[in-house]
Design a protein around this ligand. Structure first.
Ligand code: 4G1
Length: 223
C-alpha cells in the first residue's frame, strides 16, 4: 500500500518510519512517499501561502501550489483524503475500509487551512481524528497511516491478529510482568497458575468489566 503525503513539514514523518512500520517499509509492504508542498512553489522565496480574501487573521495555503504537488503523485486509482476538523471522525471501521485501498494521497493543512477551491477539486474524502485544535494535519495523517498500516497483509504477526479479533470492541485486560511482587502488590494468582483456560476466561471477564466501567459506548457501537 502506498501513502503519498502532501505536507509543508515532511520531517515530522520521521517518527512513523520507526518501530513496526519501519519494518513494514523495509519489507516493502507499505510505502510512505513524502511530498513537500513547498517544492512546488514558483515564488523566488518559496512562498506557499497568502492572506485570506475578505480579511482576517493568519495565512491560507494557495491552491495552485497544492495542485502541482498533487499532480506530481496522482494516479487514476488513488483516493485523496484531506485531514481536517470538518471531516468525519476516524474510527476502526473506516480504518479497515481504507486498508483495502492501494494508493492514498493524504493532504495536510497548516495555518488557517487551504484554499477551498483545491479541496473541492481534488479531495475524495475528509477525515478528522477528533475535536481539538492542532497546528496542522500532519499528526492526524500519521495516526491514519499507523492505524491503516496495521491492516495491511504481513504487517502484523498472526498472533496479534488472532488476539485482536477475539477482543473486538473490548478494552484490553490488565497485563503484568516481573517482578512478581512490586511495592507489596502481587500479580493476580490466576496468572501464575499455568491453567490456560482459566486464564483466558479471567482475561475475557476483565476485558468486559473494564469496558463496561470505563467505555460502555464501545459495547453499544460495534466497530
Ligand atoms: C476548528 C484536529 C479548528 C485538527 C475546530 C483534528 C479544530 C486534521 C485535524 C480546528 C486538525 C477544531 C484533525 C483546528 C487540523 C488547518 C491546519 C486546520 C490545522 C487545523 C475542532 C487547525 N484531524 N487543524 N484548526 O485545529 O488540521 O485532521
Amino acid at each position: 500500500m502506498k501513502f503519498d503525503v502532501l505536507t509543508l513539514f515532511p520531517e515530522m514523518f520521521e517518527a512513523v518510519k520507526q518501530s513496526i512500520l519501519g519494518k513494514a517499509i523495509e519489507k516493502e509492504l507499505i510505502k510512505i512517499n513524502l511530498v513537500n508542498i513547498r517544492d512546488f512553489s514558483k515564488d523566488k522565496h518559496k512562498k506557499v501561502d497568502d492572506t485570506p480574501y475578505g480579511g482576517g487573521a493568519g495565512m491560507v495555503i494557495r491552491p495552485d501550489v497544492v495542485y502541482d504537488a498533487y499532480k506530481s503523485v496522482y494516479e487514476e486509482d488513488a483516493k485523496v483524503i484531506y485531514l481536517t476538523p470538518q471531516g468525519k471522525t476516524l474510527d476502526q471501521k473506516k480504518v479497515e475500509d481504507l486498508s483495502k485501498e492501494k494508493h492514498l494521497i493524504l493532504l495536510c493543512g497548516h495555518y488557517e487551512g487551504i484554499d477551498q477551491r483545491i479541496i473541492d477539486k481534488i479531495v475524495d474524502e475528509e477525515i478528522s481524528i477528533g475535536d481539538y485544535i492542532l497546528t496542522g494535519g500532519e499528526i492526524p495523517a500519521m495516526v491514519l497511516i499507523d492505524s491503516v498500516s496495521r491492516y495491511v497483509e504481513g504487517v502484523l504477526s498472526q498472533e496479534s491478529i488472532k488476539e485482536e479479533s477475539f477482543s473486538n470492541n473490548l478494552l484490553e485486560y490488565p497485563q503484568y510482568t516481573r517482578p512478581e511482587v512490586f511495592e507489596g502488590e502481587k500479580v493476580p494468582e490466576i496468572l501464575l497458575s499455568g491453567h490456560h483456560e482459566n486464564i483466558e476466561n479471567w482475561r475475557k471477564e476483565q476485558s468486559l468489566k473494564i469496558t463496561k466501567q470505563k467505555r460502555p459506548d464501545l459495547l453499544e457501537n460495534k466497530i
